[in-house]
Structure formats: C-alpha cells, structure tokens
Design a protein around this ligand. Structure first.
Ligand SMILES: NC(=O)c1ccc[n+]([C@@H]2O[C@H](COP(=O)([O-])OP(=O)(O)OC[C@H]3O[C@@H](n4cnc5c(N)ncnc54)[C@H](OP(=O)(O)O)[C@@H]3O)[C@@H](O)[C@H]2O)c1
Length: 360
C-alpha cells in the first residue's frame, strides 16, 4: 500500500495520542497535519516530522493546506462539524471519532457523504464493531443492531446516590480511559444516546432497529442480528488502539500491540437492560433522534454546556439531564438546510441552556 497521509485533528487528546502511537508503529501511515484547540503542537510536530500544524482556528484551512489522504477527526464536540463536512464533501476518507459532529449534523453529513462518495470509517469502538459485523452482508439481511454500554461508574447507584456524586467519581470510568467530556457522557449514558444517533446515520437504520444493552466489562462491543436468527458479535479488550488502527489501515487490518483475547482464566459475559429512570439521557437522545430535524443538534449542544457546567462544579450530576430535557422542550427542532442554519440551532440550544444555568 502507498503511504497514507493522515490529518490528525485533536492530536493532543486521548484519541489523538493513541492515534499517534498507532501511526508510529505502522510504516504504511504518516501524519501530514496536526491540530489542537490550545495546547502547543511543537513537540509532536517535531517528533512526527509534520509541517502543517494549527492551534485553534478553522480546521478546514488546515485540511485545504495539507490535502490529506485521510482525516482522523478526534476533536471533541460540535467544534468538529466543519471538518467532518469538509472530508465528506471532498470524498476524502474520514475516520470519525468526533461523534458529536454526526449527531448534530447528521442530515447534512449524510448528504455531503453521498455527494463526495468517500469512505466514512467509524472510530467509536461500538460502531467499528458494527461496521465489521456488517461487512459482506446485504442490508435486507440485517434485523437489528445492538450497541453495548459499560453502564459507567454509577451503574449500581440509586437515584438518591446520584444526587451527590462528585466530578472525580464521574471521571473514574470502570473500563475505558478517555477525555473528560466523553467520560462524563459515559456516566450519564448520554454517550450511548449520542452513539444511538450516530449509528442511525452511519448505517442508515431506523431507531427501532438499534438497541442498547449494558455489558459491564466492555468485551463485546456490538452485535448485529440477522433475519435468519443468527447474531454476529465483535469482541476484544477495551482498547481504542484497535478501532483506531482498523479505521486508519482499512481495509488492511494492520497488526497492533494489543493482546488477543485470553480465555485461559475463564470469562463470563453479562448483559442487562439500561435503566432510563436513573439515566434519562439515553431515552432523551432516542426521542431527539426519532423527532429528527435539529433536535439531535439541540440534544448535543445542551449536553455539551451541561457537562462543562458539571465539570466546573456548577451543577449536580442529575441536573445535566434536566437541562438537556428543558432545552429540547424549548427549541423548535426545524431541519437545518445548511451549515449556517445548523450553527444557529446549536447556538440557540446553547443559549437556552446557559440561561437556565444562570438561574440554577
Ligand atoms: N477517548 C476515547 O476513548 C473515545 C472513544 C470513542 C469516541 N471518542 C470521541 O472522540 C472525540 C475525542 O475524544 P477524546 O476523549 O480524545 O477528547 P479529549 O481528550 O478531550 O481531546 C480533545 C481534542 O480536541 C481538541 N479540541 C477540543 N476542543 C476543540 C475545539 N473547540 N476546536 C478544535 N479542537 C478542539 C483538544 O485540543 P486541546 O488539547 O488543545 O484542548 C484535543 O486535542 C470525542 O468526540 C469523543 O466522543 C473518544
């Protein structure tokens, strides 16, 4: 394979750093561009021999300048939307970790993807798993998809216990080591809600055909059920280097440093349904997804603001869901015809949530 030149957006984050490790270990991959929001990129650029770097600013300028073969979007939040749309519109292969961009801009992204005709490779471990289970199967043979959730650090907490959880407790994820925003999203199950909407757009599946199940050890990442009664599962230790490597080296499935599954000490796999009473954000995300238009965008925007407020110690954990519910109830959810209208919908939901926060 000719060397694949990768633009790595969000290089200083949890996914970004693991991606650099994967790229450094694979002679078929190289980095042609790096970005961050505010952290310096000097050391990373020197280490990886990268000329095009950008701290802050419009990521599409960096993409235009570097003309990559593949974009890995590992930015966190709505800030990743423009880069996602750029790659899809230009038919440049997109390895997508930034789930918020597909949630917020799903309709625009799918339209751009169809026009651009490039590859869209999921980096989220559950979606990478579904992608792999679906490979080689005709769409009409697929019955449904099941995404697994670890249940987060508060899986066994009562509603009363959830009132008093701390930021430190929310950041102590039982199975995955990730950036702060997604770690809090995993604790509220908003992350699985975002993934539900992401799966809808990635795999063109109706919401009633996407199920979520809690699986505390995160060894099974997803299932695909087929019409003949068979189900395929994707298993592996929870380690993001696997889906990152899969997406960056697709279709070659390059070797990684991750150890294969070991059954010598035995292994039991447990599953239970999610509890939407204690973790309402999963239900709210499903409702937002089913309503369509810019409801998913509003869900995402309100959640970003509420999570930042929780991390700043301004609100208690259960208030994240209350704020998101209030924002969704307040917006009109009208479809966005273009990026400007989407940005407007995002800002409207952010302002609503910030106003509510000021009153808390
Ligand atoms: N971490 C995981 O295991 C994991 C798994 C699945 C999916 N994901 C998804 O992958 C994405 C990245 O997650 P992460 O955990 O790697 O996040 P993270 O550790 O917080 O890193 C975020 C990266 O994005 C940059 N960034 C933040 N805000 C930005 C903005 N407004 N404009 C441009 N760049 C910005 C940061 O730069 P600075 O360092 O300068 O702030 C950093 O490089 C998220 O969408 C997350 O949901 C993550």
């Amino acid at each position: 394979m000719a060397e694949r030149r990768i633009a790595l957006l969000g290089a200083t984050g949890s996914i970004g750093r693991q991606a650099l490790e994967v790229i450094a270990a694979n002679p078929e991959l190289s980095v042609c561009a790096l970005s961050s929001r505010s952290q310096s990129l000097d050391a990373l650029a020197a280490e990886h021999g990268v000329a095009d770097v950008q701290v802050g600013g419009d990521l599409t300028d960096l993409l235009e300048a570097s003309q990559p073969d593949l974009v890995l979007n590992a930015v966190v939040g709505f800030a990743g939307v423009r880069a996602t749309l750029w790659a899809l519109e230009h038919g440049v292969a997109l390895a997508l970790a930034n789930k918020e961009s597909l949630v917020a801009a799903g309709d625009l992204a799918v339209a751009a993807w169809k026009r651009g005709g490039g590859l869209l490779l999921p980096v989220d471990s559950e979606h990478s798993a579904v992608f792999q289970c679906l490979e080689g199967h005709a769409p009409e043979t697929v019955d449904s998809v099941v995404l697994t959730a670890s249940g987060g650090p508060f899986r066994n907490h009562s509603r009363a216990d959830l009132e008093s959880v701390t930021v430190e407790e929310a950041l102590a994820h039982p199975t995955w080591s990730m950036g702060p925003k997604i770690t809090v999203d995993s604790a509220t199950l908003a992350n699985k809600g975002l993934e539900l909407i992401e799966a809808h757009f990635l795999f063109d599946l109706a919401y009633e055909r996407i199920e979520v199940v809690v699986h505390p050890t995160s060894v099974v990442h997803a299932f695909v059920r087929f019409r003949d009664g068979a189900a395929l599962a994707h298993l592996g230790y929870p380690d993001m280097r696997v889906p990152i490597s899969f997406a960056l080296s697709f279709p070659n499935r390059s070797a990684t440093a991750v150890r294969p599954l070991d059954f010598s000490a035995g292994m039991s796999l447990e599953f239970e349904p999610p509890d939407s009473e204690r973790f309402p954000l999963l239900r709210l995300a499903r409702n937002a997804g089913e309503r369509g238009g810019t409801y998913p965008c509003a869900f995402n925007a309100a959640n970003e603001v509420a999570v930042a407020a929780f991390l700043d110690g301004r609100i208690r954990f259960p208030e994240i869901a209350h704020l998101v519910e209030e924002a969704i109830d307040a917006v009109d959810g009208a479809s966005a015809r273009d990026l400007a209208e989407l940005v407007e919908a995002d800002e409207q939901a952010r302002h609503l949530t910030e106003r509510r926060l000021a009153a808390v």
